[in-house]
Design a protein around this ligand. Structure first.
Ligand SMILES: [Zn+2]
Length: 60
């Protein structure tokens, strides 16, 4: 099996306020859903346990 040291895909971010999820390099300053400055949690997951969906089901 190959080891993937570098991840080229953009991370997933989830708004801690409304749960809005988006895939971007960085979390947005203002949540497109809340239109407020929310805290964004990185919910990216690249391991097979997450089902290759890109989002950790335990977090997202
Ligand atoms: Zn939000």
């Amino acid at each position: 099996m190959e080891k993937k040291e570098e991840i080229m895909e953009k991370p997933f971010w989830k708004c801690s306020n409304c749960g809005y999820t988006l895939q971007e390099e960085k979390p947005p300053e203002v949540c497109p859903s809340c239109n407020e400055k929310c805290d964004f949690i990185n919910v990216s997951c690249y391991t097979p346990e997450c089902g290759f969906k890109g989002i950790d089901p335990r977090l997202g």
